[in-house]
Design a protein around this ligand. Structure first.
Ligand code: PXG
Length: 456
């Protein structure tokens, strides 16, 4: 399928008017972006008819894959009936009500309320204000510092950037007061002679040291992704989260999980914190909530927090024009019903997730560029390494990973490179054949990269 416009014509118009995400725009204008036209299940087609296997679910979001007619129908029905109304003026609508009912039927029982947003970044903006409001209502307004992690990613708006730990983003006008960071639990890089279990506890205790340094009476919450996504797909050792939870409880610090990419089945559990076995006080959600078909995010609150805010809080001066947007809510309902009723999440846990993980370990376990394989369910990372035994990383690992990703596009597979790792997070509905294609094309990309580096 092609359109009537030539790709270079689109590219020229795009270059004339559009600033893209996270890119040197001048360099992109010279190169010309791919023009993506159509999607079906895990496949995408560009304006020149080239076909790609999308190994990243778009940006970790198209959990149901492309081309779902039920989501399309839910949106068009809602567009006809009531395309917009708001949550102000003491008003609500059936779609947001039914979405909440469905969402809380899927969540563990100790959560009760949601604040809806348009994106993950907004969910985390709302998080900061909600957490601070919670402590204010409890008579502790000085408890307002948020602690995040270096290389964590919580979005690209101002406070979400500050919460995240991307220093290059902080340097571009993206830092705020009352936000602190601790290290990420990255065993491969920083584990030294420790066992993973010892390292997990040591990494978690940085939080305790930070709370003691700042004063527990000043710290409002700790935010982290259950597994780190954009900052390199890091799965912490099993000992990490229980120790973090122990510390948060001991010092009365709210534990805030950013489930924007871990939520809605990615690990084989509905939410990634369930995979790691801990109980956060808040969950930031987006992406897989609508399988990316329409923007929607939200902040989920525990009963404990909601009770304080609702019963004692009075007016919370907060709200967005599009909070609980009816079309987005209708799509989210259709998406969650499909994930539940088609057994998609269960299948990630019992069948297709283990299949992906097993294939990766069989195919890349002894690959000359790969030092470690991490992941669960439908998310995985191949850590590039010069020497697997000593966990020695390539000095130019980012260049190698970027090259591998570029070759991947040539081979017709979209995988992501981050900080010396190749990441994949395919749609949860993938068939075994689609996983075989993903793994096979990724192997071609890694082999070609290894040949270029003289390692094959
Ligand atoms: N939290 C997490 C954990 C995320 O991964 C956000 C919040 C922000 O969501 P919005 O909807 O505002 O983008 C994200 C977004 C990548 C990549 O390259 C990842 C994200 C966004 C863009 C690129 O891995 N995650």
């Amino acid at each position: 399928m092609t359109t009537s416009r030539e790709t270079r014509d689109y590219q020229a118009a795009d270059a004339a008017h559009h600033i893209h995400a996270f890119v040197d725009q001048k360099a992109l204008n010279d190169e010309g972006p791919r023009v993506m036209l159509r999607g079906e299940r895990l496949h995408l087609w560009d304006n020149d008819g080239r076909r790609y296997l999308d190994g990243m679910s778009g940006l970790w979001c198209t959990n149901l894959g492309y081309g779902r007619q039920d989501l399309n129908a839910a949106a068009s029905r809602q567009l006809e009936q009531l395309p917009y109304y708001n949550m102000f003026f003491h008003t609500t609508h059936p779609q947001v009500i039914e979405l909440s009912e469905l969402l809380f039927s899927l969540l563990p029982g100790h959560y009760s309320h949601a604040i809806y947003t348009n994106s993950g970044s907004e969910a985390n903006e709302v998080l900061i204000r909600t957490v601070r409001r919670y402590w204010q209502v409890l008579g502790k307004p000085e408890k307002k510092i948020m602690i995040g992690r270096w290389n964590g990613y919580h979005g690209s708006t101002l406070a979400a950037t500050a919460l995240g730990g991307m220093k290059f983003m902080h340097e571009m006008g993206g830092m705020l007061p009352d936000i602190e960071h601790i290290d990420e639990p990255y065993f491969f890089a920083h584990g030294g002679d420790l066992t993973p279990a010892e390292f997990g506890v040591r990494a978690a205790r940085q939080l305790e040291a930070k709370i003691l340094e700042l004063g527990a009476d000043k710290v409002a919450g700790f935010i982290a992704e259950p597994f780190q996504g954009a900052g390199g797909m890091i799965f912490p050792p099993e000992s990490y989260w229980p120790e973090i939870q122990r510390i948060c409880r001991q010092y009365d610090v709210l534990l805030c999980a950013d489930e924007v990419i871990g939520g809605f089945g990615r690990t084989g559990e509905w939410f990634a914190h369930e995979h790691f076995g801990f109980e956060p006080d808040t969950l930031s959600i987006a992406k897989g909530l609508t399988s990316g078909y329409i923007p929607m995010g939200g902040l989920i609150l525990s009963k404990k927090m909601a009770e304080v805010l609702v019963e004692q809080g009075g007016v919370f001066a907060h709200g967005l024009t599009y909070s609980g947007h009816p079309v987005a809510a209708a799509v989210a309902i259709a998406n969650l019903k499909a994930l539940r009723d088609e057994g998609v999440v269960t299948r990630v846990k019992d069948d297709i997730g283990p299949y992906l993980q097993q294939c990766l370990r069989e195919v890349f376990g002894n690959h000359p560029l790969v030092g470690d394989i991490q992941g669960a369910g439908m998310v995985a990372a191949l850590q590039l390494a010069e020497d697997k035994a000593t966990r020695k990383r390539f000095a130019n690992e980012n260049d190698i990973a970027w090259r591998c990703r570029t070759i991947g596009f040539e081979e017709g597979v979209i995988i992501r490179s981050t900080l010396g790792r190749m990441i994949m997070a395919p749609a949860l509905i993938a068939s075994r054949g689609e996983i075989d294609e993903l793994v096979g094309k990724t192997l071609k990309a890694l082999d070609r990269t290894a040949q270029e580096c003289g390692r094959l």
